[in-house]
Write a protein of this length. Sequence first.
Length: 360
Amino acid sequence: MKVCIIGDGLTSLALAKALINKDIIVDVIRSKKLKKINKTSTLGISKSNFQFFNKNIININKITWNIKKIKIYTENLKGKEVIQFSESNDQLFSILKNKNLLEQLDYELKRNKYFNYKKKNSYNGIIKLKYDLIINCDFNHEITKKFFSKKIVKNYKSIAFTTVIKHKKLSPNNTAIQIFTRKGPLAFLPISEVKTSIVYSIKNAEHLKELDILNLINKFNSKYEIEKIDKISKFNLNSISLRKYYENNILAFGDLLHKIHPLAGQGFNMSIRDIKDLLKIIQEKIELGLPLDSNVCDEFQDKTKSKNYFFSNGIDLVYEFFNLESRVQNRYLSSMLKFIGKNKTIKKYFKKFADVGLQV
Ligand SMILES: Cc1cc2nc3c(=O)[nH]c(=O)nc-3n(C[C@H](O)[C@H](O)[C@H](O)COP(=O)(O)OP(=O)(O)OC[C@H]3O[C@@H](n4cnc5c(N)ncnc54)[C@H](O)[C@@H]3O)c2cc1C
């Protein structure tokens, strides 16, 4: 069995390794992501996805930092904590640097006999190679324009600014902080005792200079004694839901399939859940002696499309709720937040939603 994956981003390489672990031959068509990777971007991976990754893809224990508490604040409630999630004995989620994950995946793939990197190839060139399945994660490949251009897009008119701060040692530094400021959500995500990554998504931020962002970070930082700040990177924010997941035996995957606002750190987590679902379908075909073909894509779409759509909308709803809360001084909204913060059942549901996604 031979699978082609187009694109060499995180999803592509994670999926490639998962397939290779099942003795499937995988060709990955380069899109030069490895060379362009941002050095300061970080990812939060939920506990169940972390366990799945370790068991079915690669062991990421050495490159992750465990988070045991999340504290949520809003600027409107004058810095008072509104919700806290915690896990005393175990991690709630784990943080890693995108660069470290990509490099480790690349290192392990290159040593595997079932794996090959291929140079950029056209649609016709790929079809001629008669792969059982073609999985497209590349926004810029001609296959995307040909088959996967119909989508639901929402432009958040926001930019996510990301950086890593080096600060005085904090032991333990295992509490993530999210502040819903009037300009947008600001997250402090610890990655070691002396380093914490920052993601600040700001509305209508085109005019803001690096110094403005630094001043804003300082305004809301009451915890870290900052010694150094890395270069700030920028990402325009939009959400995407593809209308059609596949064409024949070509399946769209990763952010190309569904892209969401980063406020809940769930984009890559959704793709890990997709990998889990796809692997299960493929395993069933292998066990039944059936070929890997368009039926795999059809079953994958059936299993994941509505689940992903509702999950993406759930994240958008959280964004819109806090967006509204930050714009209006409304005591009902604030009371609602306090109620959520005190209600154990709702908190348990949110925790599960963030860990395993929608269960259907
Ligand atoms: C600031 C920020 C913080 C995040 N934090 C988390 C987190 O904590 N946890 C988590 O699970 N996920 C998080 N994500 C999402 C995660 O980074 C992505 O889901 C993941 O990197 C996608 O990998 P990929 O291999 O599927 O996509 P890639 O192929 O690596 O593409 C990555 C991004 O490139 C962009 N892109 C490239 N070409 C085009 C094009 N032609 N048109 C439009 N867009 C294009 C898109 O924005 C796409 O999302 C975050 C995202 C951002 C922006």
